[in-house]
Design a binder for this molecule. Structure first.
Ligand SMILES: C[S@@+](CC[C@H](N)C(=O)[O-])C[C@H]1O[C@@H](n2cnc3c(N)ncnc32)[C@H](O)[C@@H]1O
Length: 283
């Protein structure tokens, strides 16, 4: 299957270009923006459709060859500066962190809560894009958590000093000392953006994070609508859907929005939810 070369700046427009043999991958001395500009990648043909678990692209390597990256191989993607931003933001038009922080900020304004007072747990933090958006609206204390050491290293490399603390942890079996350290941060807000389901964060890990948040705290999440439907088998519908119905999760804002484009250029629609924690999760 022949890929389509892309060197775009916005996934909502068609930026197909001719592959160039002179493509030069980013060096460690480049800024993040330079690296994003320099990287060259190619997507599968627009007619080919993949599930979100199987999406891929190819990227120009230093020796001029093209290497395949599966989108869920975050460890490999984070190792190359700018590649995550290039694939998901520049080419596929992801805007979820900015969109969700905007919803949160509006909800805070309505509730009369200054963003500066929040103490955020950012689950599935990746290379720090959420922390950057949160800092932009005044949040001063964000703790990152990711299952990959490559995510933490990328956050420190690309967006240093944004997290008050960053833990590499598997929240399905959080060690007691790490749990105590996280509790000491007196967290009152959970953000989980572009990270629930699809082989990423499972319901049990979400529950662990939720339980670390103070009563009446804020919960900010994006989730594919199918995970909240009656036909869902992932466990999210029972846990989150039921908690919304019971009022344990009090929804303050809920918007269906375009998370990003799929590689076949169709929109991937997610639910964006800002809620208050009024009780324990169902299930
Ligand atoms: C698509 S990225 C989103 C990163 C970030 N939230 C953003 O919006 O830019 C998904 C992140 O979730 C992380 N992740 C996947 N499974 C996880 C788990 N079980 N626990 C914590 N993080 C996980 C991945 O390593 C990856 O960094």
């Amino acid at each position: 299957m022949a890929p389509t070369a892309v060197n775009g700046t916005n996934g909502s427009r068609d930026h197909r270009a001719v592959l160039e043999r002179t493509a030069t991958p980013p060096s460690r001395h480049m800024s993040l923006e330079e690296a994003r500009t320099t990287l060259r990648l190619a997507l599968p043909e627009p007619g080919s459709k993949f599930s979100q678990d199987d999406e891929w692209c190819v990227v120009a390597e230093p020796d001029g060859t093209w290497r395949e990256y599966r989108f869920h191989d975050y460890d490999k993607i984070f190792r190359m500066p700018g590649l995550y931003e290039k694939i998901f933001y520049d080419v596929l038009g992801c805007d979820s962190p900015r969109f969700m922080v905007g919803l949160l900020n509006e909800a805070l304004a309505t509730a009369g809560v200054p963003a500066e007072t929040l103490r955020v747990l950012d689950l599935g933090a990746g290379n720090g894009i959420m922390a950057e958006e949160l800092a932009a609206v005044g949040v001063a204390h964000t703790v990152g958590v990711d299952i990959l050491v490559e995510a933490k290293e990328a956050a420190e490399r690309d967006r240093p000093d944004l997290y008050a603390d960053y833990h590499v942890a598997d929240f399905t079996r959080l060690p007691a000392p790490q749990r105590e350290t996280l509790l000491a941060h007196r967290l009152d807000t959970l953000t989980v953006v572009a990270a629930l389901g699809f082989g990423d964060i499972p319901p049990a890990a979400f529950r662990t994070a939720y339980d670390l948040i103070a009563p009446d705290g804020w919960v900010v999440m994006t989730i594919k609508d199918a995970f909240l439907e009656a036909t869902d088998t992932s466990g999210f519908a029972g846990m989150i859907g039921e908690s919304i119905r019971s009022g344990a999760l009090e929804v303050v804002r809920r918007e269906r929005f375009q998370h990003r484009l799929a590689t076949d250029r169709t929109p991937l629609l997610y639910e964006g939810i800002v809620a208050r924690k009024r009780g324990p999760l169902a299930g």
